[in-house]
Design a protein around this ligand. Sequence first.
Ligand SMILES: Cc1cc2nc3c(=O)[nH]c(=O)nc-3n(C[C@H](O)[C@H](O)[C@H](O)COP(=O)(O)O)c2cc1C
Length: 355
Amino acid sequence: MRRRLADWERSARARLDPAATDFFAAGSGSERSLAAAVEAWDDWCFAPRVLTDVSVVDTTLELFGRRLHSPVAVAPVAFHALAHEEGELASAAGAAQAGALYVMATRATRRIEEVAARLPEWWFQVYVLNDRGLTGALVDRAVSAGARALVLTGDTPIVGPKPRSAGPIPLSDEDYLVNLGLELAESATPGARDLTAEDPGTTEEAIGWLAERSGLPVLVKGVLRADDAERCLSAGAAGVVVSNHGGRQLDGALAPAHVLEEVSAAVDRRGPVLVDGGVRDGRSVLKAICLGADAVMVGRPAIWALAAGGEEGVVELLEGLRLELAESMALAGARRLADCDRSLVRFDPGKGGRR
Ligand SMILES: Cc1cc2nc3c(=O)[nH]c(=O)nc-3n(C[C@H](O)[C@H](O)[C@H](O)COP(=O)(O)O)c2cc1C
């Protein structure tokens, strides 16, 4: 799978506008957290069980009462139209075919309703925008279109500066504003993008507001601390996503693989815990489950697969990760995801990446 991912990235880079490649690949600052997110999974080693019957390995799970074929989901990533002409329509169709959960971004570049029509199971990622009315209208549309949960991104009060992607993003106003309202571009060109920017004054108050407005479970994404998990749950969150935003927000922030265990312990099964950042193979998925995650999400891998292979590329990526997870579970002596417990991994930074 590692090799296939590298192939996808190479062929995606060959097809994409260099500015689009940089937009997807970039991390913030010195890109320290970007690299650390990937390497940190290697700091965990397996302590496999012997002589366990693994003739049937089951990767299914239940989230909010819905059965999923795989614990590998597509993370919310902005602007899929930069990766493929069909944008989110293709990535969503790929996730649906692979039986994987799809998290649609606020900054999707195809209409929410059209993307949703391709998805049996999806959640909607929410940025609380400077225009609260617009945020609420987007949430209402996601609810009507069948979203089963909201994912409130909590780590983006402002957008982290990314030197590698400092130039203009080659995205048309039409794609940028497809869900936000094209009239914004016509009425107030210089201020249009400000109204649609993240509100830096957003607090945990938004959790209750979103839960009440939508009637859906709200997960908070970007949690890297046990006390934040507690604060979010107390404010009404139904779960958390452990994430450093793929190393795109605070450079130097901890790697998700290093804090997942303590955040999961704080959540203590009161709701689902998801994790993303640097997951590149099925072994890392298994480590995440052992450390308390219910599911993982992949961001850039899905984008490279989309750019290189469209819908089929996304199916192949997700099914490949699931098969690699199943194989790793068999080798570790785990039949079901519930068997993937903390005893199967040891923290051993000497053997892997840095800490
Ligand atoms: C190009 C790009 C755009 C992203 N856009 C969003 C976004 O709009 N909302 C959000 O919550 N996270 C966003 N993310 C973060 C992803 O949801 C996810 O946390 C991250 O990509 C996981 O790391 P990975 O790329 O190593 O898998 C974005 C990530 C990338 C790479």
